[in-house]
Ligand binder design. Structure first.
Ligand code: DGL
Length: 294
């Protein structure tokens, strides 16, 4: 049953889905959110394989539903969506689910040169779901896809480090340079890619080096805002939207962030990217609360 006052569950292999949570808070400011970062098991997309990702997705969905009575689950992870969304739909038909897929359709519609680059994890890029998505839209548009091993992990690891003084002198920038180069020529001339799809929710946090590498005129497309709008539509259809007439909840009441990895890394990501206080964050062990921030 979708109860309006229940929270929205959001999860990712780590902190990448915070980019989706940001868009969700913007679109649905009266809602409450519980976010689970499975950072203790990240990255999902380099070499974990489908069976592992399915098992983690199942475990997290059960945890969020049983412990937090979520009314809907947003899988803010392209890799987990590709590996597990169909399975989860079959196993939990009464839990409304929103998955995240690389923004292939919007990219196909907006590219002027008809050439689009896609950065994704190896898990997403190699999935049957992604192959179908590309096949559906590759009529007039050519897609070059690059599996970006190590990039989500570098972004994940960066949260435990101080903010880099020079964003171009980081492991994230080094990997971005390698993968942008491997994709081919970006630009606005015939045959060049004028659009880059960020097919992993972590990659938006590499926007700065990507922007520097690509220049100001290449379109970067992510999925946060459309996913947030879709979540609103589904909740509205189910009669599950929170009361939007009252005052907005305070940050600490609105958002609860949990991690299976380092609490300190989550706290610093929450402060850096969402401007949220450390008290919003908790460490959990495969579902069980372990420690709470002071
Ligand atoms: N953020 C995730 C995605 O959108 C996965 C990153 C990873 O764990 O490899 O695919």
């Amino acid at each position: 049953m979708t109860l309006p006052a229940s929270p929205i569950g959001v999860f990712d292999s780590g902190i990448g889905g915070l980019s989706v949570l940001q868009a969700l808070r913007h679109e649905l400011p009266h809602e409450r959110f519980v976010y689970l970062a499975d950072s203790g098991n990240a990255p999902y997309g380099d070499a974990r394989g489908d069976a592992f990702v399915q098992q983690r997705t199942r475990c997290i969905a059960h945890h969020l539903r049983e412990r937090h009575q979520i009314k809907i689950l947003v899988i803010a992870c392209n890799t987990a969506t590709a590996a597990a969304v169909d399975l989860l739909r079959a196993e939990m038909p009464d839990l409304p689910l929103i998955g995240v897929e690389p923004a292939i359709k919007p990219a196909a519609l907006s590219s002027q040169t008809g050439h689009v680059g896609v950065m994704a994890t190896r898990g997403t890029a190699g999935s049957a779901r992604f192959a179908r998505l590309i096949a559906e839209h590759s009529g007039q548009v050519q897609f070059n896809t690059q599996a970006c091993d190590g990039l989500a992990k570098a972004i994940e690891d960066s949260t435990a480090q101080p903010v880099a003084k020079d964003p171009m002198a980081t492991e994230i920038a080094r990997l971005c340079a390698r993968y942008v180069d491997a994709l081919g020529r970006f630009g606005h001339k015939t045959g060049e890619m004028d659009t880059l799809v960020l097919g992993c929710t972590h990659y938006i946090f590499a926007r700065e080096p990507l922007r520097t590498l690509l220049g100001p005129d290449i379109q970067l497309i992510d999925t946060g805002a459309p996913v947030a709008r879709q979540t609103r539509r589904v909740l509205a259809r189910l009669g599950g939207l929170a009361d939007e007439s009252g005052p907005l909840p305070a940050d600490r009441e609105q958002v609860r962030l949990m991690t299976t990895g380092s609490l300190q890394a989550l706290q610093s990501a929450a402060a850096r990217w969402l401007d949220l206080p450390a008290q919003c964050c908790t460490a959990v062990q495969c579902g069980e609360p372990a420690t709470t921030a002071a």
